[in-house]
Write a protein that binds this ligand. Structure first.
Ligand code: GDP
Length: 451
């Protein structure tokens, strides 16, 4: 029999409330033993939570009961909204663990059961993972669209049309001996393939944008040592944008800060200074990592010190991503007297990271850059490499089918049917109707316990 799983589904204690979820065939038993009754479905009610062995009251909680198959996991599901203290949670989890057939859920296992029960397709599962991870407004919007079936529903519609096309072709095969097959079955099937292929191509056109939005843009601050890179990063992180999750990188040399720039996710990197003359192995390692990071960046802010002249040119040859845009940021203009008057250029900024002069203009330009990169248009349908790959397979199969039109091949119908089946298989893999085992572990690894 399937295990009944349980886990803390809310954030780390202490907190006001802790939600423990229980899903599986014995969820009802847990309520009978620990609450003493089965509440009315989908209605919150207050209950005493008791230890099933000693009968001691562990907490008072809001109790919710969602009988399957209409629940989130498709199974019988209960939720206990406990007081969010460590000891309360530990006592309740321990009591649940002592019940026959109960075990702690693995990461993503509730969602996995929802998928297996057909409550979510694979694209929705991916959307859910992204929604939980979303740090900015634009990411939230895209992930919610996916969870609600933006891509899954489209894939289902494409699938239905390809099944129709396949049925037309198969009718041609079945009745070919009888001499009175309608002549236009094959052209009709190919026309369907053509329309679906065009729609998939449109969806794929937005894929890069969709993936980028999941990841966030990478903006690197680079330049020689002591020009003020860290000072700028701190200023940007502290005053100009909401920091989402600041943490030092794995080395002391690359610092990464996630920013929410007017709803756009931006990962800002402060790289080690480029001291080309250095022989210090640690410094050299730092530079190597910095080059790596800069190889990934979409935009590099190359910083120079206003007091030095000619450092701009050092931006060459440090392994920039060839697709990255590069702006020159001349810092420490507060030290210049009189303030330099230079003709404004869109890729050159004069700032003082220390006083903040000019930083607002730089930030406005960064927001503009992000807006351009993510597009201000509709959320993208395709948001992951996996989805892109599967759709590209469908598209290739359909182009094969379309290419057969008018070629008068022998066994035309048979070959066409095969192409359409390939296309259908690709869609099946996209939504998880087919061959799911290969991807499931990868996808569910992203989830935390309790989700
Ligand atoms: P990094 O090595 O490029 O990260 O440079 P830091 O941010 O550590 O700055 C090096 C030194 O320059 C520090 O002493 C800063 O206080 C100073 N500094 C940074 N920005 C400015 C600025 O705009 N004006 C002035 N006067 N000093 C600055």
């Amino acid at each position: 029999m399937t295990d009944t799983i349980f886990a803390l589904s809310s954030g780390p204690p202490p907190a006001a409330i802790a939600v423990v979820r229980i899903s599986g065939p014995a969820a009802r038993l847990a309520l009978e033993k620990m609450i003493g009754r089965i509440p009315e479905p989908r209605r919150a009610s207050l209950g005493k939570v008791r230890d099933p062995v000693s009968d001691a009251v562990l907490d008072e909680a809001l109790v919710l009961w969602f009988p399957g198959p209409g629940s989130e996991t498709g199974e019988d599901l209960a939720e206990l909204h406990l007081h969010g203290g460590r000891a309360v949670i530990a006592a309740v989890l321990k009591a649940l663990g002592g019940l026959e057939g109960f075990r702690l859920a693995e990461p993503g296992e509730f969602t996995r059961r929802a998928f297996e029960a057909g409550r979510l397709d694979l694209t929705a599962v991916e959307g859910l993972a992204d929604l939980v991870a979303a740090e900015t407004e634009a990411q939230r919007r895209q992930a919610l669209g996916q969870l609600r079936g933006l891509l899954g529903d489209r894939a289902e519609a494409w699938r239905e049309r390809l099944i129709e096309a396949l049925a037309l072709v198969e009718a041609g095969i079945d009745f070919s001996d009888e001499g009175d097959v309608p002549r236009d079955l094959v052209p009709r099937a190919i026309e369907i393939a053509r329309v679906v292929e065009r729609e998939i191509a449109e969806a794929l056109a937005g894929a890069e944008r969709g993936e980028r939005l999941r990841e966030g843009l990478w903006i690197a601050i680079a330049g020689p040592p002591n020009v003020g890179k860290s000072t700028l990063l701190n200023r940007l992180a502290r005053r100009e944008a909401a920091i989402v999750s600041p943490f030092a990188g794995t080395t002391r040399d690359v610092i990464e800060v996630h920013l929410d720039l007017k709803g756009y996710p931006v990962n800002l990197l402060d790289t080690a200074g480029f001291n080309e003359a250095s022989v210090d192995p640690i410094e050299q390692e730092g530079m190597r990592r910095a080059r790596d990071v800069m190889g990934r960046a979409d935009l590099v802010l190359w910083m120079t010190d206003a007091q030095d002249v000619g450092t701009d040119s050092k931006a060459e040859g440090v392994g920039l991503n060839p697709k990255a845009r590069r702006w020159i940021v001349v810092n420490k203009i507060d030290l210049l007297d009189p303030r330099p008057s230079v003709s404004p250029r869109p890729d050159r900024f004069l700032i003082s990271a220390a006083t903040g002069a000019g930083v607002e203009e730089l930030v406005a330009a960064m927001v503009g850059f992000a807006g351009e990169a993510f597009g201000r248009s509709e959320p993208s349908l395709v948001t992951r490499e996996r989805q892109q790959e599967k759709l590209a397979q469908v598209s290739a199969a359909l182009r094969e089918a379309i290419g057969r039109a008018g070629q008068g091949e022998e066994l035309l119908e048979e070959l066409l049917a095969e192409d359409l089946r390939h296309g259908l298989a690709g869609l099946g893999r996209l939504t998880g109707r087919l061959d799911v085992e290969e991807v499931l572990d990868v996808i569910f690894r992203e989830f935390c316990v309790g989700k």
